[in-house]
Design a protein around this ligand. Sequence first.
Ligand code: 13P
Ligand code: SF4
Length: 362
Amino acid sequence: MITKEQLIPKKYLEMSESAIKESIFIKKEEFGDSLTILAHHYQKDEIIPFADAVGDSLELAKIAQGNKKAKHIIFCGVHFMAETADMLTRSYQKVYLPDALAGCSMADMATRRQLEIGWEKLSSQFSKPIIPITYINSTAEVKAFVGEHGGVIVTSSNAETILKRILSQNYPVLFLPDQHLGRNTSYHLGVELEEMAVWNPRKEQLLNYDESAKLKVVLWQGRCCVHQQYSVKQIEELREKIPNLKVIVHPECPLEVVLASDLYGSTKKIVDEVANSPQGTYWAIGTDNNLVNRIIHNFPNHNIISINSSAFSCITMNRIHLAHLLWTLDEIQLGKDTQRIRVDPRTTTSALKALDRMFTFG
Ligand code: 13P
Ligand code: SF4
């Protein structure tokens, strides 16, 4: 539950943008190396200039883990990212999320309790042990369950490498919570659609399950609402208008959208592909429009459009404004833990097993 103390005081919302920027700049200077600000690619433009690092989930997790100097790590992203950073850092380091309401609706589609129930039911249907694989976009509790059951965490950057390794061991996999990342990655590794089924955690049953099929991958019925706004029709219409168009999408998009594209990958891969393409290349991108618009701005000599320019951006990522950043810095200076994200030691120990496997396998 969000307490009153975790809601931003009115005075910050009444400040001018220039006054907020100036204060953030001064406070960052005062903290020096003892504080670092990490920002995910989907953050608002106003946050980016104040970030010490901007990246995808894997890059930011590694940066948090590698930074031994900063006592304070402000994570401008969503809740699961701050939780992961807390688990990967040391006891003298504190991680903060500037707005307590910045969650990830996809991560919230799988609770530990639902996973325990699903696990028990699925285990009784398979003769071999099931390997749980969770997308990093999941709660610390879900990561802990996965760690306790011999499983591993993946991100959109390393899902293919890790899933390939697990599938080669010939064990069935439960992939959660994003069915699309799971389906796209499995399909590209040669798993047939008939070898996958969807687990509905509310009905507690497998959907489209053919008894005779040999299931290799069970996909949790979760999804990211942002990435459901890109369609094959939009891509086809753009291709008709723009010859030589290159299309790249995030793997949280449905399989048919990924198949209609030329490339797919993490937010880092999307940025890198555009950066490494010749000037003048025509690109259509299917991911959060905060990032797409920044890429358009940063590469003025390329011809870049969003596959759906009117798609809404991630609502929770967008909760973080400059005012939240200043408020967080103020609270830290006052010695208060208002925006701190803490994962308990028991959960951390279990989840770290799955995170360690990710770093080893990926
Ligand atoms: P990346 O790891 O590709 O940045 O994706 C994170 C995310 O939440 C996309 O919706
Ligand atoms: Fe979660 Fe989707 Fe937002 Fe990424 S874009 S943080 S998956 S809701």
